[in-house]
Structures are given as structure tokens and as C-alpha cells.
Design a protein. Sequence first.
Length: 287
Amino acid sequence: MIPGSFSYHRPASVTDAVKLLASLGEDARPLAGGHSLVPMMKLRLATPAHLVDLHGIAGLKGISRTGNSIVIGAMTTQHELLASDEIAKALPILHETALLIADPQVRYRGTIGGNVANGDPGNDMPALMLTLGATYRLEGPSGAREVAASEFYQGAYFTALEPGEILTSVAIPVPASGHGYAYEKLKRKVGDYATAAAAVVLTMAGGKVVSCAIGLTNLHETPLLATDAANAVIGTALDQASLKQAAAASAAIMAPAADARGPVEYRKHVGGIMVMRALERAKSRAA
């Protein structure tokens, strides 16, 4: 449970961090909150020769509104999301999801950038970012580029990040006024990853669903956007038949691992239940 030896670097700017990562190559890893990387280092599942600590870069923190989007610096912690009036007002589902991540000690240190960037299928924020249509800003040796969350995740721990690149911010379109939302998460105990979880953002008019997005957590090697399930409820009043149809369409794209959280069929079953619960609760919140 003791990490191997490594060299420690603390750059003061994104430019310096990118230069370090580019020059040190595959032997270097950026350090955000550290809740994924450090445990892997303790188990010797990750043995980087260099750690590039991003905590000294002030420009990677903060929450601001630009037009109809909320822009969040990658080193903004889950606790800071929970304390933000702007997040509570414009993106209440982000507040709800952050509150379900691990425990207060983890949330004080864990960052939104670290949660979305490392490609861990058990992390909660990636599926939510798909649901909200978020975009990630990546900065590297070749400059900056914008990548949609829906194009970022390519496999377990495998993302669109190129060597030397850092995810520096997340931009999220503000959902329509009066939207309904919910993040439903089943976990074995406080602090655990989800056995299954579902995010829903929808709008309603005349008692019928007008728009809907559904994201799934820890039910595949990547977060999932359940497009067919969302389409199945558009135009419905979310009665039991349409809820079951959405659950079945969601289960059709799930491919969870059989692990200590349960066998594949159980995790798919409870994944469908999370979808139905999230849809019902989102409906109850929609104006």
C-alpha cells in the first residue's frame, strides 16, 4: 500500500503543465484530486515516474456563466459545486449528482475535471455530462480544442485526450427553464461506486414529454447516452407502459461487468429500475 518512487512537479500555469507532460512523455501523469490515481499507485497498478500537480494553477478553478452556458474550471472541487448558487439555480442535477459522490472528505478534494477526464466507467459525472450535452476544453502541445462529451469516452480508462493534453474546463448548456431532472444511484454503501445509476433531464408540455435525455453510469465500459430510451418516452405522459419501454431500451445497450456489485443480469435489471425512477422524479419536478 505504498506507492513507488516518483518525481513531483507543481507548475504555475497550463502552459507549464503542458510543457512538462509533453517533455516527460508516458512516464508522467497529471494529478487533480488524486482519488483515482493515488489508490492505483498504492496498489502498484499505476507507477508513474513523474506527477504533475495541477493545484498550483489558479486558472483551472472557478464557475462562470458565458451566454447560455455554465463554464466550470477542471480543478473546481465537488464541494465547490455544492456551494455554488449558480450551479444550484441553473444546473440543479449537477448539485444532486455531486452530493452522491463518495463522502464529504472526498468531495472536498475531488475535482470535476478529474472525475470526467480519466475514463473510469464508475465515475458519476461522465454520464451526466453526456445527458447535459457538455463540451470539454482540452489544451496540449498543439493548442486548444473543444470535444463533445459524447465523443470523449472511447473505452474503460481510454479517452480522446492526446499525449500531453489536459482537460482544462467543462462547458454545459443551461437546460430550459422549468425542466425536470433526477440522478438515481444504487450503491452498496456510502462512498461506493454505483451498482447502476441513471441521469434524466426532460421538459414537458400539456402533460407530455417534449424532450428527454438519459445517461447511464457504470453499466458499460463507458458512460452511455440512452437515446432510444429517451425517444421512447417523448410524446408520452410517462405512464407505466412507457416507463417499462424506456427501461427495456436502456437495458438493451447495457453491458456491465459481473463483479462484487452483482452479476450482469442483476445490474441490468436494477439499471432499468434506476431509469424508471429517474424519469418519474424528473417528471415530478418539471414545470
